[in-house]
Design a protein around this ligand. Structure first.
Ligand SMILES: [Zn+2]
Length: 422
């Protein structure tokens, strides 16, 4: 045992040095560090079985960190954007140049390879431009700046922002919720969603971006997005938040792309103006939005020609099919069983936790594995078709009154939620 003690002290010091070095970088560096792996094996070999408490402690830490690295990849990209709309777009484009190029290539040119030429795709994208210009000149300026900064054409940037209209309803796509008032422990509003894609879209963690946007004439934004898309979801400094779901896209048309409407909602100062941003748009696509402020929840289902706005009351949960009387019978062609299960599951979790919902409880919603792998926390499973191998890329919870966004980057069952604020 004395041998074990001597080595244990030495190992403990070496371990602390490694931790110190690793903490200078992102935690993935040390969770994947070959040095630490080697150190673990060496320590285990020296100390024999589990006889020494240091060996036990270090085993636990290393095993925990290994678990954490399963779906981790690069840390969440974050950046502050300020100045005029064009300048903010330019900075975004310049900083994410390679990722934006990859997004355009993979999500459009490769996706439509053999079906539509590059020229046909770009010409189609051009049709959205007058709608965006009429809807929000500020957003059009940001997109033009992004095009210039990234070295892509404006048509191509508009094309990426019409991503939602491109997609058929082919795979699992996000579960969203909001709760407030008596449903929560402290009366605060909590809202959030999973951002699901497919395993091939994880890009080692590089698909996800978080911008803090400082605007001269209106609310600032915490903007979660993917390369080339102006805004995917988020929260603004007036407490307006949006989380949302893809729903069956029966007949998308040319108009204001869904992502542009999301961007416009987050530029509004009041809940009423945020709802107007949906109804006044010549909508190109179909969607469900959960729009909130500090105390109120609204659920908005929409098609290009109509909307159904319902007051969420104290909680609302939604997945990827229409549930309103107006749309559920006629618009749900292509609805999946995964969406039905996730919709019912999130609403049950909200109901079962009524009065007890806080940040921790919300985090637990996103780690739910009922109907695994097509669960709220979505995993690839073993489907041979890569497009069916879903994955929760990010999940987040906002607390509008605190202007906070808590994000788990990667599978929420394997990664911690990290706080960001305006
Ligand atoms: Zn999971």
């Amino acid at each position: 045992m004395s041998c074990c003690f001597d080595y244990a002290l030495y190992d403990a010091l070496e371990f602390l040095v490694l931790m110190q070095t690793a903490s200078l970088h992102h935690r993935k560096v040390w969770s994947r560090s070959p040095r630490l792996e080697l150190f673990f094996l060496k320590t285990y070999a020296r100390n024999g079985s589990y006889g020494c408490k240091w060996a036990r402690l270090m085993m636990v830490v290393v095993i925990k960190s290994r678990e954490g690295s399963i779906v981790m990849g690069k840390s969440l990209f974050t950046m502050e954007l300020n100045g005029e709309p064009y300048d903010r777009g330019y900075k975004y484009g310049e900083s994410c140049k390679n990722l934006i190029a990859r997004m355009i290539e993979e999500q459009f040119f490769q996706e439509f390879s053999g079906k539509l030429t590059r020229d046909q795709l770009v010409r189609h994208a051009r049709k959205y431009e007058p709608f965006i210009q009429d809807y929000s000149p500020e957003i059009a300026d940001e997109l033009k700046g992004m095009a210039e900064g990234s070295g892509q054409s404006y048509d191509e940037i508009v094309m990426v922002n019409a991503l939602e209209e491109r997609k058929a309803f082919e795979r699992p796509h996000c579960t969203a919720f909001a709760a407030t008032g008596n449903a929560t422990v402290d009366g605060e509003t909590y809202e959030g969603q999973s951002w699901d894609g497919i395993e091939g879209e994880w890009w080692d963690g590089e698909l996800s971006l978080l911008f803090k946007v400082r605007r001269k004439n209106g609310p600032d934004l915490l903007n979660y997005t993917n390369p080339g898309i102006l805004v995917c979801a988020g929260l603004n400094s007036n407490g307006i938040g949006i989380n949302w779901n893809t729903v069956p896209q029966k007949e998308p048309t040319v108009g204001v792309p869904t992502y542009i409407i999301v961007a416009e909602i987050l530029r509004q100062k009041t809940l009423g103006d945020a709802l107007d941003a949906v109804t006044r748009a010549d909508r190109a696509g179909y969607f469900n939005f959960i729009i909130t402020d500090d105390t109120e929840l609204y659920d908005v289902e929409a098609t290009p020609s109509d909307t159904d706005i319902s007051y969420g009351g104290e909680f609302v949960g939604h997945a990827n099919h229409f549930v309103s009387n107006k749309f559920s019978s006629a618009e749900n062609e292509g609805m999946t069983s995964s969406s039905i299960v996730r919709h019912n599951r999130i609403n049950r979790l909200l109901k079962d936790n009524y009065g007890k919902i806080d940040l921790e409880v919300c985090m637990s919603f996103f780690r739910d594995h009922v109907n695994y792998p097509s669960s709220i926390c979505c995993h690839p499973g073993d489907d041979p078709d890569p497009k069916q191998r879903g994955l929760t890329l990010d999940s987040w919870i906002s607390i509008p009154s605190k202007r906070e966004l808590w994000i788990a980057h990667g599978s929420p069952c394997k990664n911690e939620f990290v706080r960001f604020s305006l």
